[in-house]
Write a protein of this length. Structure first.
Length: 258
């Protein structure tokens, strides 16, 4: 691990990555909560807009189980770019500045090119996952695809779709792990520094390598909280998405030296 990390640093001229304690994700959440509490007017609009968009997408896909499941898992892929404005709010809050929603949008404009390039990567990952999801359903799923409720009973009660569950988890989990490793701190870094998308992605990858246990816990916390948001019909997302966005900024600050 140390050798590969040093190779990445030398090849891409990356900033130094700190090794942090496994308890740090809880501190990131605490600091994220404080950012959100102190900037509700700037933070909550992101939660409302993203929750509404998620609800509309899930409603559209409700009678197409393969698209419904791809939409839920795809939410994790595009989350880092969706939270970019929240990183700007946290950056200003860190400097003792109040930030409005419009301030966060203006901050995005200052880094539009590099964020757009990374957004293209995430969009391609999402498209690839949607296609893979359709292929996995065609190859392995056995049962009624008429609606999501029938799909859930077929998966969890019939016992006929063990191969489908295994393939879906392995392939989807692998793609999600790769995207997480490349994006965990990449977008906050792009908002904070004058770097290109490749440097930000490689720095994120190195941060995950150096802090594998901590970042695995952080990924699990993100998944758990987002699933809580889905379980509340996206209502919980109004709070949880800004919380995770602000917390991700503090993860970046903790892991990457200035």
């Amino acid at each position: 691990m140390d050798h590969s990390s040093n190779s990445l640093e030398q090849h891409f001229h990356l900033p130094h990555v700190r090794h942090v304690n496994r308890s740090r994700p809880l501190q990131w959440l605490k600091l994220g909560w404080e950012d959100m509490r102190d900037n509700l007017g700037a933070s909550l609009p992101y939660g409302v807009v993203l929750a509404a968009m998620g609800y509309l997408i899930l409603s559209f896909a409700a009678d197409m189980p393969y698209l419904f499941t791809a939409a839920i898992s795809g939410f994790f892929l595009v989350g880092p770019i969706a939270a970019a404005g929240l990183y700007e709010v946290s950056r200003r809050h860190e400097r003792g500045e109040r930030a409005s929603f419009m301030d966060s949008m203006r901050g995005l404009r200052g880094h539009a090119d590099s964020i757009a390039y990374f957004g293209v990567f995430l969009a391609l990952a999402l498209i690839a996952w949607e296609r893979l999801s359709a292929i996995l359903f065609a190859l392995f799923f056995r049962g009624d695809l008429a609606e999501v409720s029938g799909f859930l009973s077929s998966v969890f009660m019939s016992g006929e779709n063990l191969y489908f569950v295994f393939a879906y988890m392995v392939i989807g989990g692998t793609l999600a792990a790769v995207v997480f490793a490349l994006s965990a701190v990449a977008i906050p870094m792009l908002m904070d520094r004058d770097v290109d998308s490749v440097t930000a992605a490689m720095t994120s990858l190195r941060a995950v390598q150096v802090n594998f246990d901590t970042m695995a816990l952080w990924a699990a916390i993100i998944v758990a909280l987002v699933l809580v948001g889905f379980a509340t019909m996206m209502i919980g997302m109004v709070i949880l998405l800004p919380l995770l966005g602000h917390a991700s900024w503090h993860a970046y600050r903790d892991l990457i030296e200035k």
